[in-house]
Design a protein around this ligand. Structure first.
Ligand SMILES: Nc1ncnc2c1ncn2[C@@H]1O[C@H](COP(=O)(O)OP(=O)(O)OP(=O)(O)O)[C@@H](O)[C@H]1O
Ligand SMILES: [Mg+2]
Length: 364
């Protein structure tokens, strides 16, 4: 089985530079998820690992062997795409067996592998059906089954669930989580736009932006300790509230003044900061609570209430110049538009970033 190592991987299309030097070490059996905004280079990087795109510069190894010039068929990989593209005139069984027949596997070996994949993906009752008689989720499972049959060392997925409706996405996501348990030796690299998929499936998440790696870490590590403003905003939904601030007294804790005129002591050390330096103060919507009494962090006017039953989202017009803040409060909350609310948060849940957007690290 095989890990994947990327060393300073670069990609250009003519003059257009798409990836600017990606370093990444994916361990054997690890499930790594690539996330990032549209166009940041996720698919390009995955297709380079698959061998479907050339590598402009850098070194890529799979299972300890440099594969820069190894064709896709000899890399030990299988890839599942967003559009499942099954052969419409072939049964589920034949769709899964097709690649193995091309590779001249024996009939008994093909049968063994197709049935094993069907078993893993609960497709056994459908093996004789044509794709048109399957739901979208079942078809995507056949596409995954087709990849499993090839017994890959590295399994690549490019947004495999994005053509499915919400309920099927959840069901198929759970199938993929089970697949990971059943194939613990197989390295998996998965591209998605979906935060929940990233958070639930990944051993580690790679956040990409404009062809660069912003941060690599375990899902909750990225959530709790984003190392910069980009990751802070990208991970979590709704996004972290970011409020312009000034360092009033550097130290540990640090006293910051918010543009609204309030000062807050945050239990974060700022050894490199100087008094008067610009900073950004961050607090997640779900970490805000309605303040009792005069001890509050932020005050503002409610411009919109979204009552979802399970949670209530309050959009609060805060400091001048800052975007509206969002507070995500559990359950149903008795607050109306135009009410003035005071919000506070556990000091341990606050984030602080320097003028360049780099986080002052929180203590663990
Ligand atoms: N053949 C090509 N020629 C020139 N530019 C390309 C080519 N293929 C991709 N690009 C550019 O490379 C960048 C990265 O594309 P890529 O498909 O990897 O993005 P992505 O992160 O997968 O986006 P999405 O989330 O929308 O799928 C984009 O700006 C895209 O326009
Ligand atoms: Mg893509």
């Amino acid at each position: 089985m095989a890990g994947v190592v990327l060393k300073d991987i670069r990609k250009s299309y003519g003059q257009v530079k798409v990836l600017h030097g990606i370093d990444l070490d994916v361990a054997e059996g690890e499930f790594v998820v690539f996330v990032g905004p549209s166009g940041c280079g996720k698919s390009t990087l995955l297709r380079m690992i698959a061998g479907l795109e050339t590598i402009t510069a850098g070194e890529m190894s799979i299972g300890g062997k440099v594969v820069n010039d190894v064709p896709p068929s000899r890399r030990g990989i299988a890839m599942v795409f967003q559009s499942y593209a099954l052969y419409p005139h072939m049964t589920v069984y034949d769709n899964m067996a097709f690649g193995l027949r091309i590779a001249h596997e024996s009939k008994s070996e093909i049968d063994r592998r197709v049935r094993a994949a069907g078993d893993i993906l609960q497709l056994t009752p459908y093996l004789d059906r044509l794709p048109k008689a399957l739901s979208g989720g079942q078809r995507q499972r056949v596409a995954i089954g087709r990849a499993i049959c090839r017994d890959p060392e590295v399994f690549l997925f490019d947004e495999p669930l994005s053509n499915l409706d919400a309920a099927l996405r959840v069901a198929t996501r759970i199938e993929i989580a089970k697949l990971k348990e059943q194939m613990p030796q197989t390295t998996m690299i998965y591209v998605t736009h979906d935060q929940v998929e990233a958070m639930t499936l990944a051993d580690r998440i790679v956040v990409l932006s404009a062809g660069r790696v912003e941060q690599v870490g375990r899902p909750l590590e990225l959530y709790e300790n984003p190392t910069n403003l980009f990751v802070a905003r990208f991970i979590g939904s709704p996004s972290m509230n970011i409020i312009p601030a000034t360092v009033a007294e550097p130290g540990d804790p640090t006293l910051i003044s918010l543009s609204a005129g309030r000062s807050v002591r945050v239990p974060i050390a700022t050894p490199s900061a100087k008094a008067g330096e610009a900073a950004s103060f961050g607090v997640r919507p779900e970490d805000l609570v309605l303040a009792k009494g005069d001890d509050y962090l932020l005050e503002g006017t409610v411009s919109l209430v979204e009552a979802l039953g399970e949670v209530t989202l309050l959009y609060v017009d805060g400091p001048v110049g800052a975007e509206p803040m969002i507070a995500k409060l559990p359950g149903i909350v008795d607050v109306k538009k135009n009410d003035t609310v005071r919000l506070s948060a556990d000091p341990g849940k606050l984030h602080l970033f320097d003028a360049a957007g780099k986080a002052f690290p929180k203590k663990r």
